[in-house]
Design a protein around this ligand. Structure first.
Ligand SMILES: [Zn+2]
Length: 275
């Protein structure tokens, strides 16, 4: 029996089968790789021409059946994936593990830092708009399916999801993984992609660079001292793209690497080897 027939059989059986059997049949034809946890980026493969929804929202599927989904820091734990092939639909619950994020307290912060002036607020809003526009550019690449490498050496000085309480007030969570290394340390592309933005001086993030890995997945690098690429450049995994800096609102030389799946912020550290 060829694979397409098998899928049709699996989908038609699924309408009357138990949930456990559905899952078996689905996993037979569809794979989904990654850690099933909040902050995850999961890379999947299904039959071409399958329509996929995640929590009733359509997910892009490449011609070869590759797809990718991502879950934010506080993503709900119970999610529904559905696969429709022709007339048949197969539903699957996707359960994520709950994560516990690091918390720290910083007291005695001056008002100047906790309440930036209106001019700087306006500048930061303009920066954010530019970043959103760069991330919104769509490409069909499937570079996110590569095994990611670390973009820089250095001690891990900050992790995804952690929150700081400034003078007792909760700040925005930290969404990147920080690598502390001296200014000028080379930063390399963690996977292939297309550069979508390099701006040397954003208000909060300083030198800021975005690489599009395809299908809504992107990497963002912050606080850079120097960029070696420009928007539109194609980069390969391991290529020199920038240098570590201490620009923007940064308290020491480090690289802050963030990843997105569309507007969901995912944890880059789940995609690279332990260190
Ligand atoms: Zn950081």
């Amino acid at each position: 029996m060829n694979k397409m027939n098998s899928l049709l059989l699996a989908l038609s059986l699924a309408t009357s089968a138990s949930v456990a059997a559905e899952e078996r049949q689905l996993t037979q034809f569809t794979s989904l790789k990654g850690e099933f946890t909040q902050g995850a980026l999961l890379v999947g493969k299904t039959r071409p021409n399958t329509v996929i929804t995640l929590n009733d929202k359509k997910v892009a599927v490449a011609d070869n059946g590759t797809f990718v989904i991502g879950f934010g820091r506080d993503a709900k734990l119970e999610n529904q994936l559905s696969f429709t092939f022709g007339e048949q639909t197969l539903n699957r619950d996707l359960l994520l593990n709950k994560r516990k994020y690091r918390e720290s307290r910083v007291n005695g912060i001056s008002k100047k830092i906790t309440n930036p002036n209106p001019k700087n607020v306006a500048r930061a809003q303009k920066d954010a708009k530019q970043v959103r526009a760069a991330r919104a550019i769509w490409s069909d690449g499937q570079h996110f399916a590569q095994n990611f490498i670390w973009p820089a050496p250095g001690r891990i000085s900050g992790v995804y999801g952690s929150v700081r309480y400034y003078n007792g007030k909760m700040g925005r969570p930290h969404y990147g993984v920080d690598m502390a290394s001296p200014i000028g340390t080379p930063v390399v592309a963690p996977a292939d992609g297309i550069v979508r933005l390099y701006v040397p001086d954003m208000f909060y993030s300083g030198g800021t660079l975005i690489i599009d890995h395809g299908m809504g997945v992107s990497s963002t690098f912050l606080h850079l001292s120097k960029g070696h690429v420009k928007a539109g450049d194609k980069v390969k995994q391991g290529d020199l793209i920038a240098e570590i800096g201490n620009t923007g609102r940064s308290t020491g030389p480090h690289l802050d690497w963030r990843m997105n799946w569309n507007n969901q912020r995912v944890d880059p550290q789940l995609l690279v080897p332990k260190r």
